[in-house]
Design a protein around this ligand. Structure first.
Ligand SMILES: [Zn+2]
Length: 654
């Protein structure tokens, strides 16, 4: 989801008037009398390692996850503004447990009157479904089982619906290693405003959360059947998808996967342009504005056409359709980068295919190779939402604004489409990590607007301001429990700053990058939990980081370093300086001190955060300078850290 929350939270920060929380620093405590160790440095207890999840943070020797393969057929009725669907769904049980039912998601039910979503989120919210009366109408749910003599038998299933979830009792228990085959048919009216994750605008349809999707059964929580309310996104298993989308012949369709039948739905000239787009660095106009105007954009004008897409090893499939889509194409190392937009958006969107291309290039080169054959960015009413191989964005106000949203939504292909974490519970594991990798991509496209470090420091300032005004919260809070204006800080910016601090101030860029790549590679196409991330980062970097996980992700302490006192003792030519560094909040960070000497020269002294481990309140150092005196000492002079009170950071010689 897009990161414009930063704007929202900035407003909230100005409006919010509560004073900064006075947090008491905690004295070091040792477990000498049965008193628990409450220090920020106390060992953090992670869940016990299992056959599924190793103590190193890697998937265990017997790691398992279930698999969901879909053959989907959709028909768009542009008059009734509805979608009717049919699917053959194969669910593979790789768990060690026999399953007697499957939980599936019916997210269109969020658009029923009096849905939980409409009650939780206010009318003005981006997620309130309004007064629209929608919802999934299931017309057929059957399991295909082996009958007498090996014949296939259809068994109708009686489902139980609750909010956006349904429970399917299986006709026969699904043993470990076995596959259940189900067939379903359903339809729904497309909401105009689909909680900003799908919807329509005049003739344009952006279709997502559109078929019954299997919930994840995992080794940590069993069935993850938390309802879809609004802010919490999706947790899905991987599988192969065949998607057929039948639309009026005048429509152009973008979708997850590779188009299987271009010759059926495009003109011969357009098919040739698609081929050309793989052989050039330029952007090729596959469907042009002139063709849309003259009526030459489509091979036939009447009846319906079926667009067929095929996608392998993805966790979802979506599509968008419009009779007005211009279609641009280019490639990065043989991977298509597509842009789809209406002529009204062409002023900025003419760069969209190239922006998508630069995004997959950036993330592939730095973190993990993009694994799919194409990336599409589609223009429409949804202001920023990610799906495998397809990102939805609105028109935007500027090239920078458009790139920031495109590279954010495309970046989600790494988190959570490749690294498949549980978004509904741990939003930071995709939004925060994605916000972090976006800073490199934004700096690559617009270097004059600031390099990666400057962008990272801008985010640091946002977190600092949020802490000063008590507008921050623990990163670990599930998204549907965070007040909407604070979501940007808690789930996007703060976890991103956590990675920036780890990279630039704690581990160093080289060690961090290698370690973070290890995390992505180990958990690609799998389901890492927070502890798997924490353990991997420690295992691969060689740093114990209990204190950092606790202060940055689990608890919500503030940070306030100070210069508590300075003593000067001179003997002849030698000037001795004793500095008492103070820590006046619970959180600890490295010390960055700059000494300015009487001759105007400067000297920096840096200490790791662990110097606070035996005494979290005070750290004392003695320095000797021959032939020069200290005129000024300043903590964190370059604002590389987070500090809610900088007035106590400076000492000047009397
Ligand atoms: Zn996002």
């Amino acid at each position: 989801m897009r990161n414009y929350f930063r704007i929202v939270s900035a407003i909230a920060l100005v409006v919010g008037s509560s004073p900064a929380g006075a947090q008491q620093a905690t004295a070091p405590k040792f477990d000498r009398s049965g008193v628990p160790d409450t220090s920020i440095f106390a060992p953090l207890v992670f869940p016990t390692p299992s056959a599924s999840r190793a103590a190193s943070g890697a998937p265990g020797a017997h790691y398992w996850q279930n698999r969901a393969d879909y053959d989907l057929k959709a028909t768009l009725d542009t008059g009734a503004k509805s979608v009717s669907g049919e699917m053959v769904f194969r669910y593979t049980n790789n768990s060690p447990d026999t399953l007697s039912y499957i939980w599936m998601q019916l997210e269109q039910n969020a658009f029923r009157k009096n849905s939980l979503s409409s009650e939780v989120y206010s009318q003005g919210s981006r997620w309130n479904p309004g007064n629209f009366e929608g919802g999934d109408k299931l017309t057929r749910v059957e399991q295909i089982v082996a009958g007498a003599g090996g014949a296939r038998k259809r068994v109708p299933l009686t489902i139980r619906e609750g909010e956006t979830m349904m429970r399917l009792p299986l006709a026969e228990p699904l043993a470990p290693g076995k596959v259940a085959t189900l067939e379903m048919a359903w339809n729904f009216v497309v909401p105009e405003h689909g909680a900003d994750r799908m919807g329509r605008d005049k003739a344009l349809f952006e279709i997502a959360q559109w078929y019954p999707r299997a919930a994840v059964y995992d080794d940590l929580r069993g069935w993850n059947n938390d309802p879809y309310i609004g802010q919490g996104e999706f947790y899905l298993d991987y599988g192969d998808y065949n998607v057929s989308v039948t639309v009026p012949a005048g429509y152009i369709v973008a979708g997850t996967g590779l188009l299987e039948n271009p010759k059926d739905v495009l003109t011969a000239a357009q098919v040739a342009r698609l081929d050309e787009a793989l052989k050039t660095d330029k952007v090729i106009h596959v469907i042009t504005a002139d063709e849309l105007k003259s009526g030459a954009a489509r091979p036939t004008k009447s009846g319906m056409l079926t667009w067929k897409f095929r996608a392998k090893n993805v966790r979802d499939a979506v599509w968008a359709a419009s009779p007005d889509y211009q279609w641009d194409a280019t490639n990065y190392k043989g991977i298509y980068a597509f842009g789809y937009y209406r002529p009204s958006a062409a002023d900025l969107w003419v760069e969209s295919a190239d922006m998508a291309k630069m995004s997959i290039q950036e993330y592939s080169e730095r973190w993990f190779q993009y694994p799919w054959p194409q990336i599409s960015v589609v223009e429409g009413p949804v202001s920023g939402m990610e799906y495998p191989m397809l990102a939805m964005e609105d028109h935007s106000q500027s090239k920078q604004g458009l790139y920031n949203v495109i590279t954010h939504e495309v970046g989600h292909n790494w988190f959570p489409m490749i690294v498949g974490s549980n978004e509904r519970v741990y939003m930071w594991q995709d939004e925060g990590f994605n916000t972090f990798i976006n800073t490199f991509s934004e700096a690559r496209r617009f270097p004059k607007d600031g390099d990666q470090m400057q962008r990272a420091m801008g985010e640091r300032g946002e977190v600092e301001q949020a802490m000063r005004t008590d507008q921050d919260g623990p990163v670990m809070t599930p998204p549907d429990r965070i007040a909407e204006p604070l979501l940007g800080i808690s789930a996007y910016v703060k976890p991103s700053v956590g990675l920036q601090l780890l990279r630039q101030e704690i581990l160093g860029p080289e060690a961090f990058d290698e370690t973070f790549r290890t995390y992505v590679a180990k958990w690609a196409f799998k389901h890492p939990a927070p502890a798997d991330f924490f353990r991997t980062m420690e295992d691969a970097s060689g740093h114990r980081l209990d204190w950092f996980w606790r202060e940055w992700f689990i608890e919500n302490p503030h940070f306030d370093q100070a210069i508590d006192g300075v003593r000067l003792v001179s003997k002849g030519d030698t000037n001795n300086v004793l500095v008492a560094y103070g820590n006046r909040a619970r959180g600890v960070l490295p010390i960055r001190a700059r000494f300015t000497m009487s001759d105007g020269s400067t000297q920096d002294f840096n200490y790791p955060a662990e110097v606070w481990s035996t005494n979290t309140l005070r750290y004392i150092r003695v320095y000797s300078f021959v032939g020069k005196k200290v005129a000024k000492i300043e903590l964190d002079p370059d604002h590389r850290l987070v500090d809610i009170d900088r007035t106590n950071n400076v000492w000047t010689a009397p």
